[in-house]
Design a protein around this ligand. Structure first.
Ligand code: ADP
Length: 257
């Protein structure tokens, strides 16, 4: 499980998180939604230990992120928004390195890595250096690395960035199955359609605060909108899209004059 209580984060004068609280239970796929800059990545980075919180705390698998960081790190797999990979390693070597860091048995590693790369159509490229990989190939390696030690908690920050439609389909199917197996899954995205179809619950954050928490249907109902998209726009206070487009056109006209 994941439990977050009153999480705060300040970057200088910017208050990125102003007291975020929510929980994710085993078997749940929670979609963390919010406009750009809402605080999604900051929340996930604090959970992984990449960033310290300025206040509040969180638990992963019942381990406190502040007092039990090693046990926390063993409990989760993480796909970052833009992952830095060791460019000079091959895809296979990178997965081996991650497996070694988790003290994974060699035989188990070889079998899992082989199967993952096969599923992602990467077997033929496994001995090429990552520096020559496309964005989608890198993302496949990051997803494989996040799953290699079969963690209880999965943290995905925009995991489908740059992957093609076929890979996205495999990944979404995989996520569903992992949820059914009882994994605790946090899925950050700004793609509403994917979150709506995949997630069992949604938390929307805006300007560092939770502004909605419930099933997609419940959130639509609360706001009186038929679609999650319209509910999202209302909750996050986005300006009218037509008006914005008109303002852009007027700005272009102004440039011409
Ligand atoms: P999201 O993932 O929802 O797009 P982020 O969590 O990346 O949002 O950012 C939340 C806020 O924190 C934004 O205002 C962003 O500019 C700010 N922020 C994030 N990371 C940093 C950083 N390393 N230094 C300064 N400000 C940051």
């Amino acid at each position: 499980m994941i439990r977050i209580e009153g999480l705060r984060k300040k970057f200088g004068d910017t208050e990125a998180l102003k007291g975020v609280s929510f929980a994710v239970q085993p078997g749940e796929i929670l979609g963390l939604l919010g406009p750009n800059g809402a605080g999604k990545s900051t929340t996930v980075k604090i959970l992984t230990g990449l960033l310290p919180a300025s206040g509040g705390t969180a638990w992963l698998n019942n381990y406190n992120i502040a007092t039990d960081p090693i046990k926390v790190k063993k409990s989760f797999g993480y796909v970052p928004e833009s992952g830095a990979l060791y460019e000079s390693l091959t895809g296979w070597e990178y997965l081996e390195l991650v497996a070694d860091l988790h003290h994974l048995d060699r035989g188990v590693f070889r079998q899992r890595a082989g199967e993952f790369l096969d599923l992602f159509d990467l077997l033929a490229d496994k001995d090429r250096r990552i520096s020559g990989y496309s964005k989608g190939m890198r993302q496949k390696i990051l997803i494989s690395a996040a799953l290699i030690h079969n963690p209880q908690v999965l943290l995905f920050d925009e995991p489908l960035n740059g992957v093609d439609a076929n890979t996205a389909l495999i990944f979404k199917q995989l996520l569903k199955r992992l949820g059914e197996q009882g994994k605790t899954i946090l899925f950050c995205s700004h793609v509403l359609e994917v979150v709506e179809r995949l997630c069992t619950r949604i938390v929307i954050i805006n300007e560092g605060l939770v502004v909605a928490d419930g099933t997609p249907e419940a959130i639509s109902e609360q706001t009186g909108h038929a679609s999650l998209e319209n509910a999202f726009h209302q909750i996050t206070g986005a300006a009218d899209a037509d008006e914005k487009a008109e303002e852009f056109l007027q700005a272009l006209e102004g440039l011409k004059a």
